[in-house]
Design a protein around this ligand. Structure first.
Ligand code: TXA
Ligand code: MG
Length: 316
């Protein structure tokens, strides 16, 4: 399908013009780059699924520029959701709520709920304001590849398949948003992210963590699909584990390892590790790495999201 010219622009208003005229556009947020379309335009949304090769049963998140836009997308903004919005919007948090009839079913993969997020980065806010409609957007990668944290990672996956890329900096956080299902009394974290479970519980103490193994029917359809994986095999290791270093192996973690790795990345903090992970996976692919070792970190704060993504890449 690589048959159209993908325009690269630094202008949020030029990028937004494509959205207003039925196009699909990649744009940076503080988490990862998204691939957006007007949520009310079912044809444009169909093009997102086609460009990414995304399974039709995986719902999209709808991005808004101001909190009041939630009312048009959601039927019942619960009290819990209002508290989360007040505490964390704008930011790296997605709330799943009851879908209003205005949101086309193709955007929510047939669900009667919808994920809503208000990004906080300046460029995303400017872009979304200029769009003047809510923007449905999954991460701007080919389905199954790591989410893009740079505009050139987007270009690599989607050149010729989308109308435009709004070029910004490398994304600040580097992992996708925390997804919380607020459709029932007890809010459920479906996907960990930069807003941690502890932060959520400070606002709504009964917030629970969703474990896929406990429920047979996947609550968040996207979580059952393969994710975030480089071509190489991924293996989590403890700091003291012996690992066999070959010329086709790579390492990322907090502590330097001896050995002749093809690639090695040492991070100063869990936040930096999260920021670098997906870009490192892509670098490993370009370098032909066959085995990527990832050091385990404590699963607190950002560590929970980081380990979640590494575990998914390992399980591939
Ligand atoms: O940070 C992010 O969330 C990025 C940026 C672009 O906003 N977006 C993103 O979208 O990661 P995507 O499509 O790659 O992941 C969305 C996740 C999927 O796991 C999907 O199943 C879940 O959110 N999701 C979306 N709507 C849902 C709904 N109505 N019910 C349950 N899960 C939903
Ligand atoms: Mg994604």
């Amino acid at each position: 399908m690589a048959d159209r010219k993908t325009i690269i622009t630094d202008s949020p208003s030029e990028a937004a013009e494509f959205i207003r005229t039925g196009g699909i556009v990649a744009f940076p947020t503080e988490t990862v780059y998204g691939l957006g379309a007007n949520v009310f335009d079912a044809d444009a949304i169909a093009r997102i699924f086609e460009a990414k090769g995304r399974p039709a049963d995986n719902p999209l998140i709808v991005h808004i520029a101001q909190i009041t836009a939630v009312e048009e997308l959601v039927d019942d903004v619960t009290e819990t959701a209002r508290r989360f919005m007040q505490a964390f919007f704008p930011g790296p948090l997605t709330l799943v709520l009851k879908r209003s009839e205005k949101v086309p079913l193709i955007a929510t993969a047939g669900l009667d709920s919808v994920g809503v997020r208000m990004p906080g980065s300046k460029i995303a806010v400017e872009f979304l304001r200029e769009c003047s409609v809510p923007v449905a957007a999954p991460s701007a990668n080919l389905s199954g590849r790591p989410s893009p944290t740079t505009w050139d990672a987007v270009l690599n996956d989607l050149d010729g398949r989308i109308d435009a890329i709004l070029r910004g900096e490398m994304t600040e956080i580097g992992l996708e948003s925390t997804v919380v299902d607020c459709t029932s009394d007890v809010p459920l974290v479906l996907r960990p992210g930069a807003v941690s479970i502890d932060q959520l519980r400070e606002v709504v103490p009964e917030t629970a963590l969703f474990f896929e193994s406990q429920i047979t029917k996947a609550r968040s359809p996207g979580m059952k699909h393969k994710h975030y994986a480089p071509a190489a095999t991924v293996k989590m290791v403890y700091r003291d584990d012996e690992i066999s270093v070959g010329e086709n192996s790579a390492f990322i973690g907090l502590h330097r390892r001896d050995g002749n790795f093809r690639l090695q990345k040492n991070c100063q903090s869990t936040e930096e590790y999260a920021h670098e992970l997906f870009a490192f996976f892509r670098d490993c692919d370009y370098a032909g790495v066959r085995m990527v070792y990832c050091e385990r970190v404590d699963e607190t704060g950002m560590g929970a999201a980081l380990m979640d993504r590494i575990r998914r890449a390992e399980a591939r």
